[in-house]
Design a protein around this ligand. Sequence first.
Ligand code: GLY
Length: 378
Amino acid sequence: MTAPLRQPASGETIVPVALGDRAYDIVIGRDAIVTLGSRIKTLRPGARVAILTDDNVAATHLARVTDILKASGIESTPIVVKPGESSKGYATFETVCEAIIAARIERSDLIVALGGGVIGDLAGFAAASVRRGLDFVQVPTSLLAQVDSSVGGKTGINSRQGKNLIGAFHQPILVIADTAVLDTLPAREFRAGYAEVAKYGLLGDADFFAWLETNWRDVFAGGAAREHAIAVSCRAKAAIVARDERETGDRALLNLGHTFGHAFEAGAGFSQRLLHGEAVSLGCVLAYEFSERQGLVGGNSVARVRAHLADAGLPTKISDVQGGTPDVDRLMELIAQDKKVKRGKLTFILVRGVGQAFVANDVDPAAIRAFLADKRAS
Ligand code: GLY
């Protein structure tokens, strides 16, 4: 599946993100978090730190992270927000920016994002904004954040008109993905994050997908298989980000399953009825099924994708979504909002096989409508 990853004596895996003078490392491993202080000290000697986290993560990890920094002589100020998507709005963003300024964090200091995707996006955008740009470090504590949102520099908050509409590309200077912190994640949340892991196989790495089909239970159990899956995912994301940081081309492949998925996620009100990763799972199956219907993919690819995600306990059918789904008109509105219609056509990530995704800019909305109508009825 690929050339060996950099593996230092400590057992951590280092995945470099090659972005020239903004290059950084993703450090992956059990208890990798203990190296946070020494790594910050090396990268930014003398820096002071503001740690942005939420109540839930603070209860489990904040004291330890504060001690780890202190052991390296680094002073830190915690900024703790409420957990959940509601913190990714203007009000919390203002509170966080004011708290960073009040903590006297200067251009030579650092923000540490300790938490899942909401915290990473919020901290990153605050870091991009305060004093016209502060450096920040991602310490992702969910599987989804470790394999996706902490890497690649997309930061932002939600507008009243849609998710992630206010933001900036702002790369972290370091990502520490401590796989041991995933041991305390609720099973459903881990499973939802797994959909993003499987996505890397589905979009560009058939060997990885085959490996997941055989080894997914070990990934869920923890240990070496989990670290391998996270490392391969981060490596895939790092490669895509390095060649298309601003999503003018290939980076859009990371949206496999997201356009269909987002419509169902929005239809469920971004609630516990359908977690983001669950929506991605359903969306990946729909992308494969739609591609099959367009004659793009044949053989057993679609059956394999459906079977694997269902085995892992993820939604693969519209009827798997709890509490009902929007009708086709509403789904089409949500799809059009997510990916603007250009000259009457939609952009979707479609597939020619497992590991063979491509960007299709010319998808006929009528074909999507007919497909969704059939899928809702089946
Ligand atoms: N999560 C998709 C991206 O980073 O581009």
